[in-house]
Ligand binder design. Structure first.
Ligand code: R5P
Length: 290
């Protein structure tokens, strides 16, 4: 049997007891019931405490955007390298093989498209998340947008009410309207509002002062990648986010729009889980892309 020091050093057989004596590897999840913890453990690796979520839900507002025209060709080959898949129910049912065994973070709100006013979303049926065996539900909050703020906070609130009845965690997604500042003050506010309303995971963006955003958020924070960057810069973004306390990434365009998506997701995975530097990650990317 492992002694306490072994457990605290991380050779904990996946039990998730860390050096601070926290007995569960997901921040803020200590008091959750077994089903919630089980689902969170499918998303966040119990050894590293981190996750690489592959986001390809963009089509629900953007249609067949670059890299997502043929999800069967662009995304399906990446599934084996992701820790979790984030997508809509339509793509899950129609394109993603049901035997992948990867946890799914189901995009659970829907509404407007790029052609109209963004962020005017409603919540989809919670029972559908159960039918699809979702490991989490993702719901967007439009903080600071007067026309949508209350409605989207209510969406999250209702999602948490419904999903927690079935042990399903909810991820709050902080949207950024065109007029919003992309700074730690804004992301700190939006992330905290997600958590205060019951989100078990928060997805936001990396920014200067990101460590303050993470410190003030009582649940794990994962970052979106945003618009496509050169591969090395995207790996730097992952590295800085992890270094500043992110529990992982929920990345889309910087993976599936890469020149070599299969190489890129493996490099991202190594930066997130093994803590390799962006330089090492980029070398790895170049090697795998050959
Ligand atoms: C956008 O609607 C989605 O929430 C995306 O999942 C999110 O922005 C992450 O994708 P990307 O890394 O491409 O920003």
């Amino acid at each position: 049997m492992a002694d306490l020091d072994d457990l605290r050093e991380g050779t904990n057989f996946g039990l998730g007891i860390d050096k601070e004596g926290q007995s569960f590897h997901v921040k803020g999840a200590e008091n959750l019931p077994w089903g919630m913890k089980d689902r969170l453990s499918r998303i966040f690796n119990p050894k590293s405490g981190k996750t690489v979520m592959l986001a390809f839900d963009h089509g629900f507002i953007m249609g067949p955007t670059s890299g997502l025209e043929r999800i069967d060709l662009s995304i399906v080959p990446l599934i084996e390298y992701a820790d979790c898949l984030m997508c809509t129910r339509g793509i899950l049912r129609s394109v993603i093989p049901a035997n992948t065994t990867k946890p799914v973070c189901l995009r659970s709100d829907a509404g407007t498209s790029v052609l109209t006013e963004l962020n005017d979303n409603v919540l989809i049926d919670i029972e559908d998340a159960i039918r699809l065996n979702a490991s989490a539900m993702a719901v967007m909050l439009a903080i600071g947008e007067a026309a949508h703020e209350a409605k989207t906070v209510a969406n999250l609130y209702k999602a948490v009410d419904g999903a927690s009845r079935y042990g399903i965690p909810v991820m709050g997604v902080t949207a950024v309207g065109k007029q919003m500042a992309r700074d730690a003050r804004y992301f700190g506010l939006a992330s905290r509002i997600c958590a205060e309303n019951g989100a078990n995971i928060v997805k936001t963006y990396y920014c200067e002062g990101f460590e303050k955003v993470v410190a003030a958020c009582p649940v794990p924070v994962v970052i979106a990648g945003g618009k496509k960057l050169p591969e090395k810069e995207a790996l730097e973004l992952c590295y800085k986010a992890i270094n500043d306390g992110a529990a992982g990434v929920d990345m889309g365009r910087n993976v599936f729009q890469s020149d070599s998506p299969v190489a890129m997701i493996q490099a991202v995975h190594a930066v997130v889980h093994q803590g390799i530097t962006p330089e090492q990650g980029y070398e790895m990317y170049l090697d795998l892309a050959k």
